[in-house]
Design a protein around this ligand. Sequence first.
Ligand code: PMP
Length: 287
Amino acid sequence: MANTGVCWMEGKLQPLREARIPVIDHGLLYGDGVFEGIRFYGGQPLLLAEHLRRLRDSARAIALALRWSDEELTGIIGQTIAASGLSDGYIRLLLTRGDGALGIDPRSCAEPRLIVIADELQMVDPQVREQGATLIIASTRRLPPDGLDPRIKSLNYLNHILARIEANQAGADEALLLNALGRVTEGSADNLFIVRDGRLLTPPTSDGALAGITRALVMDLARELGIEALEQSLTVFDLYSADECFLTGTAAELIPVRSIDGRAMGDCPGEVYRRLAEAFAGFVQRL
Ligand code: PMP
C-alpha cells in the first residue's frame, strides 16, 4: 500500500494510514452516514459546490446534521489538499452518524463525525480507457427508490458491491444494475450513457441512478456541442443495440464501453464519446 494520503478529523491532520475511528461509530456498525468523492486538479476541487450540495441533500434526507457551512468545508478541504502535497488527486468526504450505543437507534449518537481524506487516485487502467470497458448486466437489482432513494449517497454500498462481485467473477470490468422493473439504472460506481442516432440518453434518477455530478456536466457539455441529451428509461435491448455506450463518474471521468454481456457496441470509442471526452478535458483545464 502506498504511504500517501492525509486525513482530517476533529480539526487535526494526520497520515491517512494512521487515522482511526472508534468501533462504535454507526457509520461502521450500520453504514449510517453519507459521503462524497471529489477530484482535484492542480489543487482545485472540481465542481465543489455541486458536491457539497449533494452531500447536504443526502445528509438532510437521512436526518443527519451537517453543522459545517460550505465555507468551513471548503476551508477544511483546501487544508487537506495542501497537507497531502498532491497537485492532482481525490478527496473523500464522509459524514457518519458518529459514536453511539450498539443498537440501531440513531438517537444514541450525540455528534456526527466528519472525515476528509485526500489521496492519490487509483487510475483507471489506460488500456480500458483506450479500448473500452467490458460490462455485464448483474443479476443483483438496484434497491427500489421507496426502499432507499438512489439520490442518497449513503455509506451503504453492499447492493453495488454484490453487482461488482458478479463483474469480477465474470472477468468483466464493470457491472450494470437494473431496477425491479428491468430498467437500466447505472454501474456499480458510475452512471451510464448510450448514443442512439446521434442523441445522448441516460436513465432518469427516478429509475434508480445516482444524480452524478459528472453525468450532469456531460449533459451540459453535450448541449454546448449541439448534441441532444435526454434522460430516458432504457431497457437491456436499448443497451445491446446502442451505437455507443460510455460510463461517467468522478473517478472514472468518461470511459467508453466495448461490450455488454459479450455484445460488441456499435462503435468504441465512438465519435460522440470522443467529442465529449475532449470537452471534459477542456473543462478541467480551465479550472
Ligand atoms: N453512481 C454511483 C453508484 C456512484 O457511486 C458514483 C460515484 N460517485 C456515480 C454514479 C458517479 O457520480 P459522480 O459523477 O458524482 O462521481
